[in-house]
Design a protein around this ligand. Structure first.
Ligand code: SAM
Length: 280
């Protein structure tokens, strides 16, 4: 692809969703955008870009940006963060928030919903301890189409086989032909809404737990810093941040310190570590 066309797509994607496409990922532009080009009657990406430049077309621009996103997700992804949530973070919050009896969780790039629903299933398991508590899970993503899928909460056999313990499948899903529908009780624990991580998250309120997993990997350093800073501003002082297993705040921002970097768990730097945490 001629460099001017690549530069146009590179800048558009970085500006709109933070996605960094380096020249070695040119093939990704081809594989993901050619179906969009063909759907709109263009023979190649040059024709698609020419059309976008000639007449600004917001729905087409959104379609192009959405097509470039990776929506891969699975239930209880990496397992350890969810164990840590259930075994350490939630019990701590139940002590710390005993006066308010309210906990707010944000899944910041929730894709098709497996992550917030995994948390919701854990909460359902802890339902006795949570009696009289209000626990909110707000799940957001830039992509409207994945949010629609997430709200529908219907998963394929392949999707429920990846990471979901059998006990949860039996308890919370109903088979419908080749698909599995999640129960209303679990779905009702999660509220979905569109949100671009490049925007200010403070209107979403203050969160005790934020999961922002497997999305920072697609951003450049400047965008990672900006997004992490914005997230820290939307967190309670003693809030906990979960990142993906190949992501870290180290060397990117000093807004967080690693509680257990191996498990992707971080706290805001203005919260000093407890004695137990210092010994970790
Ligand atoms: C690989 S999925 C991660 C899903 C889930 N967090 C997990 O770890 O399984 C990345 C998600 O980030 C979303 N995303 C990409 N850029 C975004 C942005 N600027 N704001 C919000 N979401 C974004 C994509 O639409 C995609 O659904």
């Amino acid at each position: 692809m001629p460099s001017g066309y690549f530069a146009y797509l590179h800048d558009l994607l970085k500006q709109r969703s933070g996605l960094l496409v380096t020249p070695d990922k040119m093939y990704l532009l081809e594989t993901r955008l050619m179906p969009v080009a063909r759907k709109h009657g263009y023979r190649n990406l040059q024709e698609l870009v020419d059309a976008m430049v000639a007449v600004p077309d917001e729905p087409l621009t959104v379609e192009v940006c959405e097509a470039m996103n990776t929506h891969e997700s699975l239930f209880f992804r990496d397992q350890a963060p969810f164990e840590m949530f259930q075994e350490t973070i939630l019990p701590e919050l139940l002590k710390r928030r005993a006066a308010q009896r309210r906990i707010r969780i944000w899944c910041a790039a929730c894709a098709t919903g497996q992550e917030p629903y995994s948390l919701a299933m854990i909460l359902e398991q802890e339902v006795k301890r949570l009696e009289g508590w209000k626990v909110e899970i707000i799940a957001t993503d830039i992509s409207h189409s994945v949010l629609e899928r997430a709200k529908e909460a219907v998963f394929s056999q392949f999707e429920v086989q990846r990471g979901l313990p059998m006990q949860y499948l039996v308890e919370h899903f109903k088979q419908e032909g080749e698909y599995w529908r999640l129960s209303r009780a679990i779905r009702d624990r999660v509220r979905f809404r569109p949100f671009n991580l490049l925007d200010d998250p403070r209107p979403l309120g203050r969160f005790d737990v934020v999961m922002c997993r497997n999305v920072l990997i697609y951003f450049d350093m400047e965008t990672k810093t900006r997004v992490l800073h914005a997230i820290s501003g939307a967190m309670a002082e003693d809030g906990v941040l979960f990142l993906g297993s190949s992501e870290s705040t180290i060397g990117i921002t000093e807004d967080f310190w690693p509680v257990e970097a191996g498990r992707g768990v971080y706290k805001r730097t203005d919260t000093p570590p407890s004695v137990a945490e210092q010994m970790n």
